[in-house]
Design a protein around this ligand. Sequence first.
Ligand SMILES: [Zn+2]
Length: 95
Amino acid sequence: MFLAYCAECDRRTLLGVDEIDWVENLTRGVLSVSGRCPRGHEVVILTGDAFTPHRDPRYFGPAPRVWTRPLHRMRGWLRTRFETSRNLPGPFYRF
Ligand SMILES: [Zn+2]
């Protein structure tokens, strides 16, 4: 069954298998289902796997702690060094 919107009736209807005239495979993952609403108007539905939400295969989630722990440790070490040596050494003073 397909949920179809008929613009002429301005309502949504369920299309059963009997109301479907033809199905065309437009491209990979995109199907065009054509049928008729109960009042006889033509209705076209685009459906298929391309319209199904999938997880992004390029996103692997947050980095594991095994990778981030050395960076956090180094950032903490740099922060302490920056805090302790905030003053410029003598040769860098102009006056
Ligand atoms: Zn209709």
